[in-house]
Design a protein around this ligand. Sequence first.
Ligand SMILES: [Zn+2]
Length: 387
Amino acid sequence: MATYRELLARVRDEIEEIGSAEARERDSALFLDVREQNEWDEGVLPGAVHIPRGELEQRIEGLVPDRSREIVVYCAGGSRSAFATKSLAELGYENVVNLAGGFTDWKRNGYPVETPRSLSADQRARYSRHLLIPEVGEAGQQTLLSSRVLLIGAGGLGSPASLYLAAAGVGTLGIIDADVVDDSNLQRQIVHSTERLGEPKVASAKRTVEALNPDVEVKAYQERLTSENVERILADGWDVIVDGADNFPTRYLVNDASVWHDIPLVHGSIYRFEGQVTVFKPHEGPCYRCLFPTPPPPELAPSCAEGGVLGVLPGIIGSLQASEALKLLLGIGETLQGRLLMFDALATTVDEVSIRRDPSCPVCGESPTITEYVDYVQFCAGPRVAT
Ligand SMILES: [Zn+2]
């Protein structure tokens, strides 16, 4: 039976070790910190990622799928990380070295350390189900908390989208809506409530969202998006736009702004029992005008016809929009870019069609013909389909 010292010595013989000076030269390596949370919170090597030793084997494949990746493992003094290095080699990681002397030696040499952003105890509890997913984890949660999503409309689509994005911890939500809460909204617009009748929708949404999650700041824009205010609102800086607009003029404005500002746009629309969702990622996939270069004549535009919507439908489509937005923010998974998803609530079917970028698109094409915002103001005289 080996003592701890003998076991450690044996493990060190089996792995490769480097000193702080050599580690500092390895710019392209991934520095993996295997210390405990309280040690990590005190300071880390710049750019390091964190998996406590006890969770290493379980979480490493999610964090580092590429087994040929160059990894420098460290702990406080180099012992725990020696065992971690051996364990990673046994898991098939081919290019792993231990930092001899660990964080203590690195710091003693006067090399740079940084204080990590870390979640509070409350946030750790609130987002625990995210922290358990390797694709999100603490780094992903930090990304969400520093992310900014602009929601067009606090109606049927904006309600579930804003609630789920807020619950997920997206730190800043912008909400644009000029309307007040009306009793015909409450059949589907779940961010509002009966006691809010007559209140501006953005104020009502802000109260609900901030009550759900105090980590979230809501920037309320009580106005209708127009060519006059679109640049001012976009100047506040957004990572993703979620379009829950109920009308064509706004949809075109949002599309053109998304292309010109290079902001991914999550599009959703609903009509009676049918909903559609897609992602327009500027210059990578199609934009809305690649599909519909200009608005249809009013008599053919479905959103100008009188029509209802099944109350739950925007809940489904708006939730899909929130899901796409979260993936865009986190840079994970396959988005709906280049795919139009169509949901039929009456038949309970989901269909998908490919959509392509149009080289002759008037906005994102090779020779754009539309270079300024267009207000299609007189476009729709009839009643709108409220989302
Ligand atoms: Zn286009």
